[in-house]
Design a protein around this ligand. Structure first.
Ligand code: SAH
Length: 241
């Protein structure tokens, strides 16, 4: 378990979060499974143990900086979760969380399902779907308190994926790199058309990583017009302006 030390130390210093031995063991299992599956197909570009701890696990946990007190009882959806980021690390530290993971690629979905079973996580739904379909499905449209995404699409596209899924008064959070603030300001009119409004842009510094990262939060202040999201593929081909 010594190999999860950088995660434990930086969670403490950056997030004031004390990981329990059980949580550290769960992250160790997660890292082992990532490496085992990555040998079989291209699950993630990041596979060395140190980078998994910081660039995947810790980076996912930085979402905590933006969530309100009592966030554990919220309904969260993580769109384009890939190998489970940022949703599954949040679930590991908060078992009560009601989490839905959405991913279009079958093999990544299979990984998430296998990991959820292995870690015996309850209250996680793993869906093989496109965000554009879920956003028009009454079982998911406007059903979530927060919709999250890391490294999935440019901001106007992401806004069309995420804003339809959250209830009025809910929030969207995008994890972005250095270009986050500029991208956000360029997307403000698209966000407004989709029912959102810029809430906050929070900078995040990860240990050993030069680039500043940003948590961009939009508040849902109006219903998303029924035409959005458009059919699969349309948002990325012709982003809302
Ligand atoms: N969030 C993860 C994965 C990022 S890669 C991480 O940060 O590590 C982007 C992922 O989003 C890919 O796995 C891709 O299959 C998925 N994706 C892209 N567009 C999508 C859409 N419209 N609906 C569902 N998943 C999508």
């Amino acid at each position: 378990m010594a190999s999860m030390e950088s995660l434990a130390a930086s969670a403490r210093s950056l997030l004031n979060l004390e990981l329990t031995p059980g949580q550290i063991a769960a992250f160790q299992t997660y890292a082992d499974e990532l490496r085992a599956w990555s040998g079989r197909f291209n699950l993630t570009a990041i596979t060395d143990p140190q980078s998994i701890q910081i660039k995947h696990f810790l980076d996912s946990l930085t979402v905590l900086k933006a969530l309100p007190p009592g966030w554990g009882r919220l309904r969260l959806v993580d769109v384009g979760t890939g190998a489970g980021f940022p949703g599954l690390p949040l679930k590991i530290i908060c078992p009560e969380l009601r989490l839905t993971l959405v991913e279009a690629t079958g093999k990544k979905v299979a990984f998430c399902q296998a990991l959820v079973a292995k870690l015996r996580l309850n209250g996680v739904a793993v869906l093989k779907a496109r965000a554009e379909e879920l956003g028009q499905d009454p079982a998911h449209r406007e059903q979530y308190d927060w919709a999250l995404a890391r490294a999935v699409a440019e901001m106007p596209v992401l806004a069309e994926y995420l804003l339809p899924l959250v209830r009025l008064g809910g929030h969207v959070l995008a994890q972005k790199g250095e270009g986050g603030p500029a991208e956000t300001h360029a997307a403000e009119s698209a966000v407004r058309r989709l029912g959102g409004q810029l809430g906050q842009i929070l900078p995040v510094e990860l240990p050993g990583i030069v680039e500043t990262r940003y948590l961009v939060i939009f508040d849902k202040v109006a219903a998303t017009p029924p035409a959005f999201p458009r059919r699969p593929g349309v948002p990325s081909k012709a982003p809302v302006k």
